[in-house]
Structures are given as C-alpha cells and as structure tokens.
Design a protein around this ligand. Structure first.
Ligand code: C5P
Length: 234
C-alpha cells in the first residue's frame, strides 16, 4: 500500500483573529510556523507516500518561505484549495490520484501535535482492510444541550460519543468517488471526511486518537501551543 498524505491548509483562520504572520497555520509556535511542524512529521514518517499541501491561492509566498525551513521540503506538492474544507480536500484528492497512491491520510494543518504512534495505528487499521479509519477520543465532559434562551434543556448521554480527529484514512478511489458524488450533489459543507464516508455508506473504523492531537482554532490555542513548545520542560 502506498499511503499518500493530504494536509489541508487553505482556511482563512478567521476564528483565530488577524495577524501579520497570516492565517493561523502560518503563525509561529516554538519558533516555526504551525504547518511546518505538521509537514515535518509527515516528511519524517517512513510510510508517507506523496505529500500534498492544499493551500490558499493567496498564500503561495507564505508557503514557499515556510518550505525553506523543512528538511526535504521539496517533496511537498502544493495545490490550490477551495472555499470550504470539503472543497480543499477534493482538490487534494484529485491531485493525489495523479501520483500513484492506493490509500490516503487526510490531515488538518492546524493539528501539529500528533505522533508516529498515531500514524502507525491508523495505517495498521487500513492494512487490516478497512476502507475508512477515524482516530477519535471518547468525550469526557458531561454534555448539555442548551435551549434557545441559554438554559440547560437536557443532559446528553456521553456513552459511545467520540470527538473526531485527523488524520482520517481511506482507500483512495473509494473516498475520491464519495467526494466527487457529494460535490455533484451540491454538498460543500461536510466538516470532516468521515462524515462524507458516512453519507456515502462507507464503513469507518474508529481507532484510539491522541489527547495531544488538538486542533488549533482560536487565538488562545496558538498562544498555548507556543507556550508548550517554548517551555524548557516541553
Ligand atoms: O476551519 P477548520 O478549523 O475546520 O479547518 C480545519 C482545516 O481545514 C485547517 O487546516 C484549514 O486550513 C483547512 N481548510 C481548508 N480550506 C478551507 C477551510 C479550511 O483547507 N476552505
């Protein structure tokens, strides 16, 4: 199996606020852009096939500057993303299908804290013949549904509930076909690829995620990530 990698990084990061370093995936944590940490891990993983970074059309200069600090950065292929994450993933899948991969891992650039054990866990599950693999963590907080006026309407049973992470992995032709169908159906708002698989009837196997594998979404997440990497005990 050749596992191609797609790192989606074409978002505008509006929830993280404006910065002169650009969108959140280009903010520096521990001295390097978030996306550099992410790509470096895939470049170092022995099982990575072709690596595609899906970037915004306005970010090519930012990306090329960032590429210079990567070891073997010239291995990363760039393609332009779309207006939603789903459209960006589809652009990546179409590009990857030209590069001879049988499987794909699709990952958010803004999750730099995954480790090789997680990648190996996901890859092993793929090799066992699963068409779709989703790393996820059991929900530990008690969950509430709110009413329109902000009161607690009900407590939701958390048994069997998981928070979805990335990288999510699939047989490439299967997920590409599902994405093409979703796009042809006018859908563009799926927030992850396991949801598209679910919509298309592709079984998705859960594997244990990693508690460190958080998504950097708001400004505070970036500051906390920087503090974590910059502290002498990290
Ligand atoms: O917005 P959200 O936090 O869900 O973004 C998850 C990932 O998807 C980020 O790495 C972001 O850059 C990427 N994305 C994208 N194209 C978009 C929107 C988000 O590649 N249009």
């Amino acid at each position: 199996a050749t596992i191609g990698i797609i790192v989606v990084a074409a978002g505008r990061g509006e929830r993280a606020g404006a910065s002169d370093e650009g969108p959140k995936q280009y903010r520096r944590i521990g001295g390097h852009p978030v996306i550099a940490h992410t790509l470096e891990k895939f470049l170092a993983w022995k099982r990575s096939g072709p690596i595609i970074a899906v970037i915004h059309q306005d970010d090519h200069e930012l990306f090329e500057n960032m590429r210079l600090c990567l070891r073997e950065g010239n291995r990363v292929i760039t393609v332009n993303g779309g207006a939603t994450r789903q459209q960006s993933v589809l652009a990546g899948l179409r590009a990857l299908s030209q590069h001879g991969a049988s499987h794909v891992m699709i990952h958010d650039a803004v999750r730099p804290f995954f480790d090789e054990e997680l990648l190996n866990r996901v890859a092993t599950c793929l090799e066992q013949g699963n068409a779709g693999v989703l790393p996820a963590m059991p929900v530990t907080d008690t969950l509430k549904r709110s009413s329109a006026d902000g009161h607690v309407a009900e407590t939701v049973d958390r048994a069997g509930l998981f928070a979805a992470q990335t990288p999510q992995a699939f047989a490439l032709p299967v997920i590409l076909h599902a994405h093409e169908r979703a796009a042809a159906d006018g859908r563009s708002d799926f927030t992850d690829d396991a949801s598209i698989a679910e919509w298309a009837g592709i079984p998705v196997q859960l594997v244990e995620g990693s508690p460190d594998n958080v998504k950097l979404t708001v400004k505070r997440d970036i500051a906390m990530a920087d503090a974590k990497l910059s502290s002498p005990t990290a």
